[in-house]
Design a protein around this ligand. Structure first.
Ligand code: ADP
Ligand code: 5GP
Length: 232
């Protein structure tokens, strides 16, 4: 059992726990489109390179700069349906007229190895993951914009979607926001540095939960044995 000063995941980030013994978390980020979850996800990955990003499959076309296999697996609708039929998706949903889903095998491999997995999924995906066999390892965070006007400004300033696509996403934003209460944590993403600092705090604390430390029970037994030995 490592002490709290250990950087147990080898990334230089203090988790307080050995990677060898701790279970991986499924960290879910959701928000209305444009609130900033991809930006926060990128920062989290840079902060802790031991995190594994769940690369979703989607039937939508790539945006400028998006790479197949990095941001998404861009696949046809037929291939998507086949993967769902094969039971290969941990969750899947129809969002903004396209299919999106999280392939299960890489998630299982990562959390079995004690690595945390980061998901950028909508509320439907979050619900399915929370009801899956992996539900005990879920940490869910909902990201809100500071105002609806700012949400629109961010969607426009991202400059990656056509005007009609932005209008469609704005129209659906309330659908997504209305599911905020189903999440463990809610962050208002006003100042990015402040929001990111809060997100890191949440992740660091959740990694220290009892349930995430299977090495605790043997450690307590060892303490007890030492205690018995010391007793006069
Ligand atoms: P999402 O993944 O939720 O759709 P993005 O992360 O792509 O949103 O962010 C949308 C736009 O808003 C991007 O141009 C991003 O740089 C910007 N952005 C994100 N967070 C903030 C923030 N706190 N303040 C100002 N701009 C932000
Ligand atoms: P975008 O097209 O902007 O990348 O994503 C649109 C929406 O789909 C976002 O709310 C995003 O979180 C969600 N999304 C992306 N990947 C998945 C996925 O694998 N499953 C689900 N349920 N939603 C996803």
């Amino acid at each position: 059992m490592a002490s709290n000063s250990d950087t147990g995941n080898g990334s230089g980030v203090d988790t307080g726990i050995d990677t060898g013994t701790r279970r991986g978390l499924l960290i879910i980020l959701s928000s209305p489109s444009g609130a900033g979850k991809s930006t926060l996800a990128r920062r989290l990955m840079a902060w802790d390179p031991s995190l594994s990003f769940s690369v979703s499959a989607t039937t939508r076309v790539p945006r400028p700069g998006e790479e197949d296999g990095v941001h998404y697996h861009f696949i046809s609708e037929a291939a998507f349906r086949q993967q769902v039929a094969d039971g290969a998706m941990l969750e899947h949903a129809h969002v903004f007229g396209h299919f999106y889903g999280s392939p299960e095998a890489p998630v299982r491999a990562a959390i079995d190895a004690g690595r945390d997995v980061l998901f950028d999924v909508d509320w439907q995906g979050a619900e399915q993951i929370k009801h899956s066999a992996l539900r005990d390892h879920v940490l869910s965070v909902f990201v809100l914009p500071p105002s609806i006007a700012e949400l629109r400004r961010r969607l426009v300033s991202r400059a990656q979607d056509a005007a009609d696509v932005i209008a469609g996403r704005m129209q659906k934003s309330w659908d997504e926001i209305s599911h905020w209460h189903g999440y463990d944590y809610v962050l208002v993403n006003d100042d990015l540095d402040t929001t990111f600092a809060r997100l890191k705090t949440i992740v660091a604390a959740e990694r220290l939960r009892q349930a995430q430390q299977p090495g605790l029970v043997p450690f307590i037994r060892q303490l007890q044995a030492e205690f018995e030995e010391e007793r006069p």
